[in-house]
Design a binder for this molecule. Structure first.
Ligand code: GCU
Length: 669
């Protein structure tokens, strides 16, 4: 089995950076996670120092040293106890260094931060350093199925399952180390679409093996979660319904949960996709989403478990002729009335946008709407609609934009980041979750450069004030090369890649022009006459969906001033213009270009930008590991072919619709 170590592939550091204390780690804490912290120190620093390191026993007389300690009374300044527990500090004390965690888990995070700083030669600049993580929960959602496939997986097969068996090997351990090292503290091990066999994951058919994962995760301070099938009482319990208010159903779940905790006392809880895309849920019984969520939450509560309920609820059997129903409205319409009705251990998991992880969407209005409900944002690291890890699309700039979007929920200055980190409403059950992009490919993420999204998600959830450039540069130096020359090529390439992808794919926020079976490559009308509620409504005059008052009224789900800003064509941010309005081809944008000319220009530019990235990448030959060089080169070839296909299909489609030629006379078919 071959796999890379990604950002944990430490290189020996220059001699002048090797401080004496580095060779002398002293572990002043006990417990399983503290032991992991000690081990991780020895592995990483051993590799960076070029010789084996082991923990020293004694505190006295061994200075200079690096002390690894837990101080339960440490003053942190954190806004609540849960975050205080996750706080760590690193400081110099004479020639020694002290890494102090408020808890064992925090100490482990301190060690990872320290080793990263040593590797990046940042210690002088960063110490003294204190970190209070921003997001209480930093969660990875796996869409792995037990047959070994991964829904929307673009990096090989699952390393958790094969042929309905649970796998456990060295790779599992490497995976957990990678996750812990970027601050992940919760992992959901199975797909939100819980199929027949996966329904048994919470039973003795699999629990003993799941426990092995849970134990491994626990040593790294990570809690294990599972997705459950809302209809499990019917499938497993022979109960005729799964009505959340039915006493037999309630009792069935209580027993099932009790047993899970008997086997796995540190179990985190459940994630549930209900009433969505064919999954069972409370609507069948005339019950609300709160009835469904609270029933499960109450079964979990005695054990400290959390219930995460997805807001991805919409009608996926829409008639394309129906201009009134608007999928974008669905999540808000289903959940806003229920604000305040969810139990304390329920978290609503809300996709970043109202549709489904498109290259450009407005931010979900639920973040500005719900005020008495725990919330978590759901992002997608897996590039389902953003190039599937063939095309380069560095997503951190998009996520930063989303997190900094001002919801105006508590007046001006209530960004999404504040809402989901729990600062707006003093919540502790909240944070960031993301659909992960890993598989059993050697490099974990298909395209090596897609590793930057995986790494960046964790870094951003710990500290959203990091810039997208900082994260790109860290990732590049830890994964490809420490040289400035390489970073000068790779960082700008990553930074520009989202805009490039957007340039050659669907224009100005409209989305969905992808091929329906795969979600890769262009098919402008692929979804247009289908049931998914994903339309562009192009005709001979213009493109776009009217979501103003005159249209579907979706704009009214936003707080002011957004409602007004989005509501008018001339104030609507142009990157979202076609999401909110049906716009004539001849409409003049702020650049002075007409809409149709903008479409032509961006699509020609997108292809040119891919060609430029390809040239830039070629200049790295011999300067980065050969395997990564070849892997990404091959991906760029496929990306270029894809971009050309997008350019020509989109330009041709709209030229044929409107009959207006390209001002520059370029080739359109
Ligand atoms: C998308 C995706 C599905 C997934 C769903 C979800 O629609 O294509 O594969 O199941 O999102 O988030 O539940």
């Amino acid at each position: 089995m071959q796999y890379t170590k990604c950002w944990l592939d430490w290189k020996e550091i220059p001699k002048e950076q090797k401080r004496k204390c580095y060779y002398r780690p002293v572990l002043l804490a006990c417990g399983p996670v503290a032991a992991t912290a000690g081990e991780e120190y020895c592995i990483s620093m051993g590799e960076m120092l070029g010789r084996e390191i082991s923990l020293l026993e004694m505190a006295d007389g061994c200075e200079p040293a690096v002390f690894l300690e837990v101080d339960g009374a440490m003053q942190t300044g954190a806004r609540n106890e849960a975050l205080a527990e996750q706080t760590f500090a690193i400081r110099e004390e004479g020639d020694s260094i002290r890494i102090t965690g408020r808890s064992e888990e925090a100490l482990l995070q301190g060690v990872f931060a320290f080793t990263r700083m040593v590797s990046l030669a940042q210690l002088d600049e960063k110490l003294p350093f204190q970190c209070i993580p921003s997001m209480p929960l930093r969660m990875m959602d796996h869409w792995d199925d037990m047959d070994g496939s991964i829904e929307r997986g673009y990096s090989g097969r699952s390393f958790f399952y094969d042929n309905y068996e649970i796998l456990y090997n060295e790779r599992t351990e490497m995976y957990v180390r990678l996750m812990a090292s970027i601050g992940v503290n919760a992992i959901v091990i199975n797909n939100v679409n819980v199929h027949e066999r996966e329904t048994y994951l919470i039973t003795d058919a699999y629990l003993a093996q799941v426990k092995k994962y849970a134990d491994l995760f626990a040593r790294y301070g990570i809690r294990l979660f599972m997705c459950v099938n809302f209809a499990a009482p019917m499938q497993l319990g022979n109960i005729p319904v799964s009505d959340p208010l039915d006493p037999d159903v309630i009792a069935w779940w209580q027993d099932a949960v009790k047993h899970v905790y008997e086997v796995i006392p540190e179990f985190g809880g459940f994630l549930v996709k209900a009433d969505s895309e064919g999954r069972p849920g409370p609507i069948t019984y005339g019950r609300t989403q709160a009835d469904g969520a609270n029933m499960l939450a109450r079964a979990l509560a005695p054990y400290g478990g959390i219930l995460i309920w997805r807001c991805f609820v919409y009608n996926c059997r829409q008639d394309w002729r129906d201009y009134k129903t608007d999928r974008a409205r669905a999540a808000y319409d289903h959940f806003i009335e229920l604000d305040g009705e969810f139990d304390d251990n329920v978290i609503l998991q809300i996709k970043n946008g109202p549709m489904d992880f498109q290259v450009r969407e407005p931010v979900s209005p639920l973040f500005g709407g719900l005020k008495r409900t725990n919330m978590m944002i759901e992002l997608q690291i897996a590039q389902e609609y953003t190039g599937q890890q063939i095309d380069l699309c560095y997503l951190i700039p998009m996520w930063k934009e989303i997190l900094s979007f001002d919801t105006y929920a508590c007046g001006e200055g209530t960004p999404v980041e504040q809402v989901v980190s729990g600062r707006s409403y003093a919540q502790v059950n909240c944070g960031m979750a993301a659909v992960i992009n890993t598989g059993d490919d050697e490099n974990w993420t298909g395209n090596d450069l897609a590793g930057a999204n995986l790494y960046g998600f964790g870094r951003l959830a710990m500290d959203p004030s990091l810039t997208a450039e900082e994260i790109a540069s860290e990732w590049c130096r830890l994964n490809l090369s420490q040289s400035d020359e390489v970073a000068k090529v790779v960082v700008p390439m990553l930074m520009g890649s989202w805009a490039t992808y957007e340039n050659y794919s669907s224009p100005l926020g409209i989305g969905w022009m992808v091929s329906p079976p795969t979600h890769y490559g262009p098919d402008v009308d692929g979804f247009e006459y289908d049931r998914w509620g994903t339309y562009h409504r192009s005709d001979l005059h213009g493109i776009g969906v009217d979501r103003t008052d005159a249209g579907t009224g979706y704009v009214n789900q936003y707080n002011e001033p957004w409602r007004s800003i989005y509501g008018k064509m001339d104030t609507c941010p142009e990157e979202l213009l076609l999401f909110f309005h049906h716009v004539p081809y001849t409409y003049v944008l702020k650049t002075g270009k007409t809409l149709i000319q903008h479409i032509y220009d961006t699509h020609f530019e997108g292809v040119e930008e891919v060609e430029e990235m390809q040239r830039q990448w070629a200049s790295l030959e011999g300067k980065i590991p050969d395997r990564a060089f070849r892997c990404v080169s091959e991906r760029f070839e496929r990306q270029l072919a894809n971009a050309i296909e997008w350019r020509d299909r989109i330009n041709t489609y709209f030229y044929r619709k409107c009959g207006i030629g390209d001002e520059k006379g370029r080739k359109i078919y």
